[in-house]
Design a binder for this molecule. Structure first.
Ligand SMILES: [Mg+2]
Length: 236
């Protein structure tokens, strides 16, 4: 059986959401205002990011200095290495930016493949953002276009015959959880923490709670992929 661990990045692999934390610290009022507009469907996620980085005014040097502070969830390396040993794919699926994944994971010796938006820098060091242009047909949760649609990527892996274990923590994972409930097959798993876990509980979506990637590794590696599925409690 082909298997893939698909993992959100910000707040799942990292212990903080990078863009949110940068904004909350530097431009708290503007950040709250922009996030509210996005969640209310007044602006799309692409515009949300553009307004936030415009208000931040951070250069590459500022971003690099911030990224030095970013820590990753205990168990990340164990999970990535164990997946490699078992022939499982490990793929990061982020609504954030490739630059963060490269700096945080690849520079720690974990060069995992990913799907994410693109951040490059202009001559003055200011970020230039390019966004994935995937949108799920008929989606009404967010105003399109989203900064990458996770269900689209889930369906690509499922279409290639993979069992998928998805790991997530926040609002950009809610659509994935809905898709999981509607389309999951035996052996597919959803691991949830943070607001995603609350969302799963409120909506009776079966999810395995976790706090760190060590918890996920315990389920998948020590318990075995199949037994982890049996450990799910519907409606937890
Ligand atoms: Mg997240």
């Amino acid at each position: 059986m082909k298997r893939v661990i698909l993992s959100d990045f910000d707040g799942t692999i990292t212990t903080m959401d990078i863009t949110d934390t940068m904004c909350r610290e530097a431009i708290p009022e503007r950040w709250a205002e922009v996030e509210e507009m996005w969640l209310a469907g007044e602006i799309n996620h692409v515009t949300c990011y553009e307004l936030e980085f415009e208000a931040l005014g951070y250069t590459q040097a500022d971003i690099d200095a911030f990224l030095e502070r970013v820590t990753i969830s205990p168990g990340t390396e164990r999970l990535v290495r164990a997946a490699q040993e078992r022939g499982w794919e490990f793929h990061v699926l982020s609504a954030g930016f490739d630059y963060f994944i490269e700096r945080v994971l690849h520079q720690r010796g974990l060069p995992v493949p990913y799907t994410a938006n693109t951040m490059r820098f202009d001559g003055g060091g200011l970020p230039q953002l390019q966004f994935l242009d995937t949108t799920l047909p008929g989606c009404t949760r967010f105003l399109p276009p989203c900064a990458g649609c996770k269900p689209v990527v889930w369906r690509e892996w499922k279409g290639r015959g993979y069992q998928v274990a998805y790991l997530g923590d926040g609002s950009t994972d809610f659509c994935l959880a809905d898709t999981f409930r509607a389309e999951a097959e035996p052996g597919d798993l959803l691991f949830a923490t943070g607001s995603l876990l609350r969302y799963c509980r409120e909506n009776d979506i079966p999810a395995v709670p976790f706090e760190t990637l060590d918890d996920v590794a315990d389920h998948l590696i020590d318990g075995g992929w199949g037994e982890a599925r049996e450990a799910q409690t519907p409606g937890v």
